[in-house]
Design a protein around this ligand. Sequence first.
Ligand SMILES: [Zn+2]
Ligand SMILES: [Zn+2]
Length: 235
Amino acid sequence: MENPRGLLEIEVSRAFEADRGCPQCYLRDESGRRYIHWTLHEYVNDGSFRARFRDAFGMCPRHWELMIAEDDVLGNAILLEALALQVSNRLREASEMAKGLSASGTTRRKRKRSLDVVLPDVVHRDLCPACRVEITSEDGYLSTMGSMIADGTVDIHTAGSNLCFDHIIKTAKYLPSHLYGNLLQVSSEQTLRMAQDMGRLVDAVRPGVLPSGLAQDALKQVIRALSLPTNQARQ
Ligand SMILES: [Zn+2]
Ligand SMILES: [Zn+2]
């Protein structure tokens, strides 16, 4: 039987072979997608999932979209009923608290803080449960890839030319610095090629002309490769 490390190595190798943009983005997104799938089929009534879902006040917009795409109206409706009841109750309680706060002489700063007083669990809510799963699995995949680069199972050239900017940054933790230096060099050269591609696109399209589907794809590819995440920060 394969140990978990072996299984992770197989997944990392397959992600490099899949040729779907950054292999680490692919693995991370897949772990979120698997979680969404199993959530709807197995965990909708599971106590620990329900608690996480409640403490996060539902899911982030990206994962709600995946939930809806699963086409399970019953599962989604069960979760949304619970969320709507929770939100309605909290808004009612907060309304009573807000009315009770002294309105006289409140400064702008005090008013700003009142959200923290009446709805502290919303302000400090937990991360979306699916984002949390993605972050945990990302750590495992990155550390596996780091070992695979170090022992030569993953070619540093392949890694440097396929990883997005975000995952190049995140790989720093998992590689000795001389190898990380090589990885950064490959990535820098790859990004220069993207700049040159964009330069050719700039020359090819006239100003004000909407890009064709092919050009749209090229733009999206560069955006994906260079975007740093903001949506996974604590919401
Ligand atoms: Zn990535
Ligand atoms: Zn999420």
